[in-house]
Design a protein around this ligand. Structure first.
Ligand SMILES: *[C@@H]1O[C@H](CO)[C@@H](O)[C@H](O)[C@H]1NC(C)=O
Ligand SMILES: *[C@@H]1O[C@H](CO)[C@@H](O)[C@H](O)[C@H]1NC(C)=O
Ligand SMILES: *[C@@H]1O[C@H](CO)[C@@H](O)[C@H](O)[C@H]1NC(C)=O
Ligand SMILES: *[C@@H]1O[C@H](CO)[C@@H](O)[C@H](O)[C@H]1NC(C)=O
Ligand SMILES: *[C@@H]1O[C@H](CO)[C@@H](O)[C@H](O)[C@H]1NC(C)=O
Ligand SMILES: *[C@@H]1O[C@H](CO)[C@@H](O)[C@H](O)[C@H]1NC(C)=O
Ligand SMILES: *[C@@H]1O[C@H](CO)[C@@H](O)[C@H](O)[C@H]1NC(C)=O
Ligand SMILES: *[C@@H]1O[C@H](CO)[C@@H](O)[C@H](O)[C@H]1NC(C)=O
Ligand SMILES: *[C@@H]1O[C@H](CO)[C@@H](O)[C@H](O)[C@H]1NC(C)=O
Length: 631
């Protein structure tokens, strides 16, 4: 992934590491071994790669739609270059509000190349973090489609803006793959019935009996303003912050409108270089005692922390995304590892902190990585909802106590064998009230992050087992500050177990053979309800199991065989979608899809509930629904 140093540095490292397996997993480049040895037809169609991790954006029926092609660019030797940019303007034929805006990122590449990280920003606010698939000589292509409706405020703001795409690639005699990327935005208008009943005024105002206030409709719609928490020099070196170590906190000063009544921070992260496989890193002690040269250390726990004016405001263990050159690249042909094409984002509810933020002055929002080593690409978008009927709100943070991280480490090692266990837990409980023209509401955020990690070496360090079990539960409760009655609640449970077993054997002529088994899953359940507005449940369970071997010299895969099965299940109030894919040595053996969706019932739709029902909830580690964002 994007390293500040060119890749030959990696190759040098490896010479010393063939038998020292602390450095496995690693990243490899692999044109599919043998795949095109026989028939390299000049015009063989590029194979399509897949990443069924999130439900595809599903436009509502019979609404006007427009596609705006924004950028096309060939990323060849783009290392250290500024991002590619293009002007963006909203489509004249499909004015806001939109029921769905989908971003499409399509890529095609042929030859030999490493996986690369890429991102798409609009005026410095990130829309998509993605990584590329590794090409074959015949070529591959894929498309990522992501729901970016929650970015409506930015997308509609005249006169438009600048869309930037960064993809640092290196092309030379050996690594020939040039990534051809095109980005477009697809806008779906709102069916009339969704937007004419009631404006963004408080639903409570419509129904004043009983007197308990309810949350306004606008609370569940895309934010009114989005402020990027990203690198100011982004137009020259990318908008992401490059975090190098655990004390490296990157921040931005922001001044937010005094009439903000809700705030959610959407965080994008991807680990690279020495932390690409953070979940499998041994402690430094093991590396030192064995005189290893790897820099992939600092043990296997990481947590991303968000702070507001130095108050810890939220944290999460990042979902361990495996890029397509990782562990065994043959696993990821043609199904990418979970989230590799659309990395999960994490929402942190900052409404309780509005008491600190609405004074019209500049405040610091900072991002850091517990135990992180070089390097993490991190940035965020601050989504703000504004009170349409008043120029300022009053707000206060409740009693604040720093949520403590408790962490236990149990390390045993003897030469190259060792067992490194970590248990970590952080619980936090925050609250704050905001009085706007909609009423006085108190937001309580309760979060529990729990992780256990095991990295074990046996057989003189030749066998390695990795187990990570991370769980995060978040409960956001909004109450009327006067009556204490609950008016809205979002509960999110995310779990992502990872299990990995690797065995390495020396081969001839400086080669080695690596056999690996992996199971990996992403499970997220979200329950959301708002008094008299809606109720919704989403469930996502995505699992991959892969097994195979490969023969490696340096970082090149010479031969191998691998099988991957993926089982994807998603359901929400509108229906369910299941997909099971079976692959072997780069070919899809079966790809079974079962889906059932209810057609929107117009009567139901006419009620305010439709606003949320009509738009799906993209459950990620966060409830990524543009309506209720929780984490
Ligand atoms: C990428 O674009 C260039 C220039 O248009 C074209 O020559 C090349 O064939 C494209 N590569 C792929 C893999 O589509
Ligand atoms: C980046 O933006 C700044 C300020 O808008 C401008 O002065 C500078 O020329 C831009 N640099 C690039 C490489 O576009
Ligand atoms: C952490 O990284 C920052 C930014 O690169 C650097 O200034 C600082 O010296 C580093 N701290 C440690 C302890 O390595
Ligand atoms: C590491 O290097 C030191 C100094 O060269 C040597 O004394 C020690 O035996 C080495 N340890 C191992 C495990 O090879
Ligand atoms: C190492 O892995 C091999 C292959 O799976 C297995 O046969 C062997 O028993 C393992 N050795 C140890 C010490 O775990
Ligand atoms: C809002 O409610 C809180 C909690 O009940 C209360 O302390 C605060 O004074 C109220 N704010 C206003 C402006 O009424
Ligand atoms: C190892 O390399 C030598 C010299 O390059 C070559 O003659 C020999 O065939 C190779 N052996 C294998 C098993 O690839
Ligand atoms: C992978 O799983 C298979 C089947 O369970 C087993 O035979 C093999 O030893 C495992 N390999 C490793 C490296 O654990
Ligand atoms: C797909 O369905 C076929 C026929 O029912 C079945 O044989 C196959 O195992 C299924 N594939 C997967 C990955 O579930």
């Amino acid at each position: 992934m994007p390293l500040r140093a060119p890749p030959h540095r990696l190759l040098l490292l490896l010479v010393l590491l063939v038998p020292a397996l602390a450095d496995v997993p690693d990243r490899y480049s692999s044109p599919r071994p043998g795949a095109s040895a026989g028939a390299r037809l000049g015009n063989a169609p590029a194979q399509e790669y897949l990443d069924p991790t999130y439900p595809a954006p599903r436009p509502p029926p019979s609404t006007p739609s427009c596609v705006v092609p924004v950028l096309s660019y060939s990323f060849a030797n783009t290392y250290g270059a500024p991002p590619a940019t293009a002007a963006y303007a909203p489509p004249a034929g499909c004015p806001a509000p939109w029921s769905l805006v989908a971003l499409s990122f399509s890529a095609a590449v042929a030859g030999d190349q490493y996986d690369r990280v890429a991102a798409v920003w609009l005026d410095g606010a990130e829309l998509l973090r993605t990584t590329t698939a590794e090409p074959t000589p015949d070529g591959i292509r894929w498309t990522v489609r992501k729901d970016v409706t929650r970015h409506s405020a930015q997308l509609r703001s005249p006169p438009g803006g600048v869309l930037s795409v960064m993809l640092e690639n290196l092309v030379n005699d050996q690594y020939t793959g040039v990534y051809n990327v095109s980005v477009s935005l697809e806008f779906h208008g709102a069916p009339a019935y969704l937007f004419d009943a009631g404006s963004s005024a408080g639903a409570g105002a419509v129904d004043s009996n009983p007197p308990t206030p309810t949350l306004p409709q606008s609370y569940f719609q895309p934010a009114d303003l989005i402020l990027p928490i990203s690198e100011a020099t982004g137009n020259s070196s990318g908008f992401w912050f490059r975090i190098q170590n655990s004390s490296d906190s990157r921040s931005k000063l922001v001044t937010i409108p005094s009439n903000t009544y809700r705030a959610v921070l959407e965080v994008f992260v991807s680990p690279h270089s020495n932390d690409e496989f953070w979940y499998s890193n041994p402690p430094d002690l093991y590396i030192r005692e064995n005189n290893l040269t790897t820099a992939r250390g600092n043990a296997a726990y990481r947590e991303v922390v968000v702070s507001v004016d130095r108050h810890c405001a939220g944290s999460f263990v990042p979902f361990p995304v495996i890029y397509t050159g990782g562990i065994n690249p043959l696993f990821w042909q043609p199904v990418a590892a979970l989230g590799a094409f659309d990395l999960p984002t994490y929402d942190v509810e900052l409404t309780p902190f509005l008491g600190l933020l609405v004074d019209g002055k500049a405040h610091e929002i900072a991002l850091s990585v517990v135990d992180g080593i070089a390097e993490w690409l991190v940035d965020a978008n601050l989504h703000l909802w504004l009170d349409p009927a008043s120029s300022s709100v009053s707000a206060a943070l409740g009693r604040y106590r720093t949520p403590r991280l408790s962490i236990t480490r149990r390390y045993h090692s003897r030469l190259l064998d060792g067992s490194f266990q970590i248990r970590a837990k952080r619980k936090s409980r925050l609250s704050g009230w905001v009085k706007s023209s909609f009423g006085n509401f108190t937001t309580e955020v309760e979060t529990e992050v729990e992780a256990s990690s095991l990295v074990e070496f046996t057989n003189q360090g030749r066998n390695k087992t990795v187990r990570l079990q991370a769980e995060q539960g978040t409960e956001i409760t909004v109450r009327s500050s006067e009556t204490w009655k609950e008016v809205g609640k979002v509960e999110t449970e995310a779990k992502f177990p990872l299990w990995l077993e690797m065995v390495t054997e020396d081969g001839e002529n400086g080669t080695y053979v690596m056999r690996a088994n992996l199971t990996h899953s992403l499970r997220v359940e979200t329950d959301a309800e708002a008094e008299r507005l809606f109720e919704r449940e989403t469930k996502l369970a995505d699992e991959q199991a892969a097994a195979g071997w490969m023969l490696v010299r340096d970082h090149d895969v010479l031969d191998g065989s691998a099988a991957t099965v993926q089982a994807y299940r998603y359901s929400d109030d509108a229906g369910r979608y299941e997909r099971a894919i079976d692959t072997l040595d780069g070919a899809v053996l079966s790809d079974n899809v079962t889906e059932s969706y209810r057609v929107l019932n117009l009567n139901a739709v006419a009620s305010p509930n439709a606003r949320c029902r009509g738009r799906r909830c993209n459950g990620v580690v966060a409830a990524k629904c543009s309506d209720i964002a929780a984490m």
